[in-house]
Design a protein around this ligand. Structure first.
Ligand SMILES: NC(=O)c1ccc[n+]([C@@H]2O[C@H](COP(=O)([O-])OP(=O)(O)OC[C@H]3O[C@@H](n4cnc5c(N)ncnc54)[C@H](OP(=O)(O)O)[C@@H]3O)[C@@H](O)[C@H]2O)c1
Length: 304
């Protein structure tokens, strides 16, 4: 607890997309939870502390860093990166959180049905079982595809929206909505949220439909290039597509399996939107059109 008796929440991935937005959301509602930013980078942590922010260094690949980072921590937001290391990282962090007397852990997972066979979905399900088997109170947040992927793995290529899953739709959710839900769950704590799974999907759109939304939001024609997973494999083999920075080979291979399973209809169960943002936050989720308007310049920069 802080000196004022406010719970302190360790925010993993605080330099990343969702973690940084979680910190921002917690800071927007002061007095509920004190965010403690975490990073592997000593320089980043030193800079945060210089700015008067609470921050600790932690390396999820080095459990020796865990006790120091978890000292005085009441709640943890656990986001791991785009690597298969998430398995041992989550296991060892959960063990250390138990030992440190952490009261509540909120895990960033994926939109899965607990029967996934594609590897990265299976990894998230595996670590969620491990968390559930621990002494920690927990909640899982299960976002569908991040809208921010349109600035990264699903960025426009030669001005077009390339979609390797035919006419299959997936759910989309804005990072800020994920973070707002996580912040609310962290702030209200285990009394309200222990044992809950929150599924997040605001819009159900395939590549052609995303291209239509982007065209309207940007006022500029964004064509869709609708291909198959086999076409994508050929593009990768020809060096026309590359693995995003920070993603390891096992995770990258798994995203291709996810695309193939989606194309084959094995993820049809997940072709839904959810009312989670409305239920928890009492407002509409961010829809892709308004997200694209807010990120207009970043999207337009991809065209130049
Ligand atoms: N993209 C999607 O559509 C999608 C959908 C559903 C779920 N997800 C899940 O979202 C998660 C990724 O979230 P994100 O996009 O916010 O990640 P991100 O922007 O790539 O950031 C990754 C964060 O992880 C931290 N990190 C990496 N390795 C670390 C280590 N060894 N020790 C401590 N911290 C480490 C990094 O911090 P430092 O470098 O500062 O240490 C960074 O802040 C993944 O679990 C993924 O499965 C993604």
């Amino acid at each position: 607890m802080s000196d004022a008796g406010t719970p302190r929440a360790l925010v993993l991935g605080a330099t990343g997309r969702i973690g940084s937005a979680v910190v921002a959301a917690l800071e927007a509602t002061p007095g509920q939870v004190v965010p403690v930013r975490a990073s592997r980078s000593e320089a980043t942590v030193a800079q945060w502390i210089k700015e008067g922010k609470e921050a600790v260094r932690i390396d999820l690949d080095d459990p020796d860093t865990f006790p120091g980072a978890l000292a005085g921590i009441d709640r943890v937001f656990l986001a791991t990166g785009y690597t298969s290391a998430m398995n041992h990282q989550t296991k060892t962090l959960v063990d250390a959180a138990e030992d440190a007397g952490v009261g509540f852990l909120v895990h960033l997972g994926v939109f899965s049905d607990k029967r996934s066979t594609d590897p990265h979905f299976a990894w998230h399900e595996l670590v969620e079982r491990y968390i559930a088997g621990s002494r920690l109170a927990w909640a899982n947040v299960h976002p569908h595809v991040f809208m921010e992927n349109l600035l990264g793995i699903n960025r426009l290529r030669d001005g077009a929206m390339v979609w390797p899953m035919g006419d299959k739709q997936v759910g989309w959710i804005a990072g800020d909505d994920i973070a707002a839900v996580v912040a609310k769950v962290l702030a209200e704590g285990p009394e309200t949220h222990a044992g809950k799974d929150y599924y997040l999907s605001a819009d159900l759109l395939n590549g052609a439909e995303v291209a239509e939304v982007l065209t309207a939001a940007l006022g500029q024609e964004i064509p869709a290039v609708v291909i198959t997973p086999d076409d994508l494999m050929r593009m990768i083999e020809a060096g026309l597509d590359t693995v995003p920075v920070g993603m390891d080979a096992a995770y990258a291979a798994s995203t291709l399996i996810w695309a193939r399973q989606t194309y084959e209809g094995r993820f049809d169960y997940s072709a839904v939107t959810t009312s989670t943002v409305r239920d928890l936050l009492g407002r509409e989720p961010v829809h892709l059109g308004s997200w694209a308007t807010a990120h207009r310049q970043e999207l337009l920069d991809q065209l130049s």
